[in-house]
Write a protein that binds this ligand. Structure first.
Ligand SMILES: [Zn+2]
Ligand SMILES: [Zn+2]
Length: 104
C-alpha cells in the first residue's frame, strides 16, 4: 500500500487578528498567530491582545512566589553540612575532640 503524499505544510500562517498579514509571532497566552502590526509586544513576548498580555502576566506572577532557583541555594548548605560531618568524624577518629575538650 502506497502512502498518500503528505500535504505540504507551507501554508503561511495568517494573522489571527486582522486575517490579512502573515503572522510573525504566536501569542504566548492563546497561541494565536499574530502579525507584526497586530502584535501587542511586551517583555514576555508578542501577544494577540492586551487581554492576553494581562492574563499571561497574571499567570507568570502567580507562578513566581517560589524562588527561581531553589536547588542551587539548597546545594551549598548540604555540601557544608557534609563537610562538617566528615571533619567531625575525622576529628573523633583522630582523638582531637577529647584533646580539645580535655576529656580523658
Ligand atoms: Zn494582523
Ligand atoms: Zn492571545
Amino acid at each position: 500500500m502506497r502512502r498518500q503524499k503528505r500535504r505540504e505544510v507551507t501554508i503561511e500562517t495568517k494573522c489571527g487578528v486582522c486575517h490579512e498579514a502573515r503572522a510573525e509571532f504566536r501569542c504566548p497566552q492563546c497561541h494565536k498567530p499574530v502579525c507584526d502590526a497586530c502584535a501587542f509586544k511586551t517583555e514576555h513576548g508578542a501577544f494577540c491582545s492586551r487581554q492576553c498580555e494581562a492574563a499571561y502576566r497574571d499567570f507568570v506572577q502567580t507562578k513566581r512566589p517560589e524562588p527561581p532557583r531553589p536547588r542551587r541555594s539548597l546545594l551549598k548548605p548540604v555540601i557544608v553540612a557534609v563537610l562538617m560531618i566528615i571533619i567531625v568524624i575525622a576529628a573523633m577518629k583522630a582523638g582531637w575532640l577529647s584533646y580539645l575538650f580535655g576529656i580523658p
